[in-house]
Design a protein around this ligand. Sequence first.
Ligand code: T5A
Length: 212
Amino acid sequence: MTKAQFITLEGSEGVGKTTNLEYIESLLRDKAIDYVVTREPGGTDLGEQLRELLLGHQHTGMADDTELLMMFAARAEHLDKVIKPALARGQWVLCDRFTDATYAYQGGGRGIDPLRIKILEDYVQGDCRPDLTLLLDAPIEIGRERAGKRSAPDRFEKEQAAFFNKVRAAYLQRASDDSKRIKVIDASLELDAVKLQIDHQMQSFFNHLNSN
Ligand code: T5A
């Protein structure tokens, strides 16, 4: 197969990213593909510390720009220590959230101009972009109900419905602007039906790589 691929999983709260990440791992193992699995914010020691500051409740009044810059600080570390080295070694990278989340949450949710996010994206990432993104999409009530059953709300999960509707709309807008890379999965369905759609997208992706 061709060079190592960078796959990201996106979606708003509780849509099933973590659950389905394990399923994607099983598909990669079936193909004997060597991979690393990681997440954002986080994925490194420093990134996980930044995650605690971002998701915890110690800094509830954090400025929007502080939040944005901390996401990119964690990402810079993640790219340097995990993502780029893995891809260079020939390992695929499977990442739970990446920069599309910044466009959705800090852009859509907080209202930061996407052009400012783009400047940081170009600066921090250079030309590193995901090859495939699976966007798990569901009405926000479904995701919040699923997430609520699982754990106490973090700083983002405390936001109101209007915030998450803007996050969802921003994600869907990005998918429509970049439909070649971002594939929308209907995550409101039962888990087996969600996995079927993921399987379909992954097999198309493998086929596309093999045909090049
Ligand atoms: N953030 C992140 C930004 O603001 N900007 C950024 O740049 C980045 C990178 C990270 C937070 O940081 C923000 C976004 C987030 O608020 P997170 O932990 O990555 O936090 O994100 P969460 O969405 O909070 O992750 P969750 O773990 O809560 O949700 P998942 O992973 O989407 O859902 P999952 O798999 O844990 O499933 C939730 C529950 O639903 C069940 C599962 O069994 C589980 O109990 N479930 C289903 N039930 C029925 N049917 C299905 N189809 C189901 N799928 C899953």
